[in-house]
Design a protein around this ligand. Sequence first.
Ligand SMILES: NC(=O)c1ccc[n+]([C@@H]2O[C@H](COP(=O)([O-])OP(=O)(O)OC[C@H]3O[C@@H](n4cnc5c(N)ncnc54)[C@H](O)[C@@H]3O)[C@@H](O)[C@H]2O)c1
Length: 247
Amino acid sequence: MSSATVGKLAGKTAFVTGAAQGIGRSIAAAFAREGATVVAADLQPVAPDQPVSQGIEWLQLDVTDPNAMRQIADQHRDIGVLVNCVGIVPAGSVLDTSPAVLSKTFDVNVMSMFNTISALLPSMLAAKEGSIVNIASVVSSTKAVVNRFAYATTKAAVIGLTKSVARDFIDRGVRCNSISPGTVMTPSLQERIAQQGDSALDAFLARQPMGRFGRSEEIAEIAVMLASDAAKFMTGSDIIVDGGMSL
Ligand SMILES: NC(=O)c1ccc[n+]([C@@H]2O[C@H](COP(=O)([O-])OP(=O)(O)OC[C@H]3O[C@@H](n4cnc5c(N)ncnc54)[C@H](O)[C@@H]3O)[C@@H](O)[C@H]2O)c1
């Protein structure tokens, strides 16, 4: 992969998780367009013939596996931008949520971030430069919605994790911020709508006062900004990009 010299992220190497589809895929594509060298990881294989793949190194990887992440860190010591985008969305209130589901949700939504940050932060600190962007959700500490107990609990944890990492490394060149999207049309949202029937589409849309869903590219633009030097004075922030859902 050749390193681009133009673009908001020129000269940076970025690691993006959950990059096979949805928001993560748009982030990987936007980062590549803005000149970053992109290493994109997902549990599912990604089709190398798709246009977004150009200039992106694809890895099939389970980011809940700390050993796998340590290997990536050993192989890629130049990663200066980390975007944690994997996430799962189980349904149910506290009474419907089993310990196994809560534990799995913590594993994917929170432990994965612990694994990637633990593995990649040391080389960022050595370089005295780094930007970590965690994808949280407006459905967490910002706004509660029905039947999202495990999801909201873990996404609130993401915001706390973000602030903690930001504070600890504030004077060592590494920034850590989060993005809280509203309802964004992605394959996982389409799946939830398909599972719940026709009324689900209307119910999801009713949450969005602009009368439309967000687009994954609109989240990717904010990730570009946070990863770029334009955001050098930002750390520990949670940026809400929700089309007014939480107003
Ligand atoms: N879509 C929305 O409305 C919305 C709203 C707010 C926040 N978010 C958050 O944004 C992120 C992306 O959402 P999306 O809708 O694009 O999701 P998505 O389900 O469409 O994509 C998530 C990707 O993560 C991958 N993944 C899951 N577990 C993994 C693992 N252990 N290791 C590697 N990859 C793994 C999946 O294979 C998938 O490709 C999630 O964290 C989600 O919670 C989404």
